[in-house]
Design a protein around this ligand. Structure first.
Ligand SMILES: C[S@@+](CC[C@H](N)C(=O)[O-])C[C@H]1O[C@@H](n2cnc3c(N)ncnc32)[C@H](O)[C@@H]1O
Length: 350
């Protein structure tokens, strides 16, 4: 604890009293204190140094600035009422208060000015800490605990993000290696509600009517029959369930077939609308959500639809699709039952 006698001696000086009155309200930099008190830097630094030595104030460096604040020492707490009362007798104290408000406003203005300058460029400019993964965490934290199917999940980057909040995530991929890798990664990260299954978008090994949210993220342009994949997503959704497709807007970059094994060069809004309508989705919304700055300037399209009722017309499943009885869903009796009836549905349509 700082010495009360020493502290009393220190506060007997008007400048130090004014400093303490200011620091009682706000942590301030030396430059800001200069602006408020209208005194030279060396004089201010000398007084601050004495207060710091006595243990009444502390400093911290932030870039080029040194900020001063009260330490909260018990000696200061005992003297605080005297310091506050002395403001009544100091004609400069009222002026300091007004100058403090102006200085703090300037501080806010300079931060605002920074963002004012960035307005319109913010999406492209670097913002420390704002990564897409971070934003995804933020948004997924708002999602209620749903049963999700990530169709064409790859290694499961999105599946894992979803699994943090979802009740259950089923990740489907037709690459054995992806399924193997994704499952190992999910296990390593301790996800008990994330299950990888090997299967095709045209007939995902998931029982009908069991999913709240189905996602096709950059997967539909790999499907040999995209319309069928969308219809299959409709089949696995519960009534009221939603499908979200994130894909590429139709483009001309032919090399994508070779470079990325793309079966389709993206889709037009009309094509996606057609697939969703044909599958029986309602409340369809389609938006172009992003544009790559780099050539060939791929654009990202987001299409969503809601399952309001069972599809009237079922699209044929591929002959190679796994039999629904192979679904590893021993736990969920209800799912099994639906699988059986759905299996009939599929064979009828075939
Ligand atoms: C570009 S990756 C997208 C991965 C992930 N959805 C994402 O957004 O990060 C496409 C994935 O779809 C899978 N895929 C391609 N064709 C498929 C099909 N017919 N059935 C299931 N998965 C398929 C690939 O194996 C690959 O893992």
């Amino acid at each position: 604890m700082a010495s009360i006698v020493k502290s009393l001696r220190l506060i007997a000086d008007e400048t130090r009293l004014r400093l303490l009155l200011l620091l009682q309200r706000e942590e301030l930099s030396v430059v800001e204190i200069q602006q408020i008190l209208g005194l030279g830097q060396s004089r201010i630094s000398m007084h601050l140094g004495q207060l710091r030595e006595a243990g009444l104030v502390k400093d911290r460096r932030a870039g080029k600035n040194i900020y001063y604040a009260l330490t909260g020492d018990p000696a200061h707490r005992q003297l605080a009422p005297i310091i506050a009362a002395s403001a009544e007798e100091l004609p400069a104290a009222a002026h300091d208060l007004v100058a403090l408000k102006l200085t703090l406003k300037k501080r806010q203005d300079s931060a605002r000015e920074y963002f004012n300058q960035l307005a319109g460029k913010f999406g492209r400019a670097y913002c420390p800490g704002r990564t897409w993964e971070g934003v995804a965490h933020l948004l997924f934290a708002l999602v209620p605990p749903l049963v999700v199917a990530d169709l064409g999940a790859g290694e499961g980057t999105i599946s894992q993000l979803l699994a943090k909040r979802a009740k259950r995530v089923i990740a489907i991929d037709n690459s054995e290696k992806m399924v193997e890798f994704g499952a190992a990664l999910a296990k390593k990260h301790g996800f008990k509600n994330l299950e990888f299954r090997h299967g095709d978008l045209a007939a995902p090994p998931i029982a009908a009517g069991t999913i709240d949210l189905a996602i096709l993220s950059q997967a539909l342009h790999h499907a040999s029959n995209p319309a069928r994949a969308v219809a299959a997503a409709h089949r696995i959704l519960k009534k009221g369930g939603r499908l979200a497709i994130l894909d590429l807007l139709a483009h001309q970059f032919e090399k994508a077939r070779e470079l990325y094994a793309d079966a389709w060069l993206g889709f037009t809004e009309a094509q996606l609308h057609g697939f969703l309508t044909a599958a029986g989705f309602a409340d369809i919304e389609i938006t172009i959500v992003a544009r790559d700055e780099k050539n060939p300037q791929f654009q990202t399209i987001l299409a969503t639809g809601v399952k309001r009722q069972e599809a009237v017309q079922k699209l044929r499943a591929r002959p190679s699709s796994p039999s629904p009885s192979a679904f590893p869903e021993k736990k969920m009796k209800k799912e099994k039952k639906v699988q059986t009836s759905d299996a009939k549905g599929i064979s009828r349509g075939s």
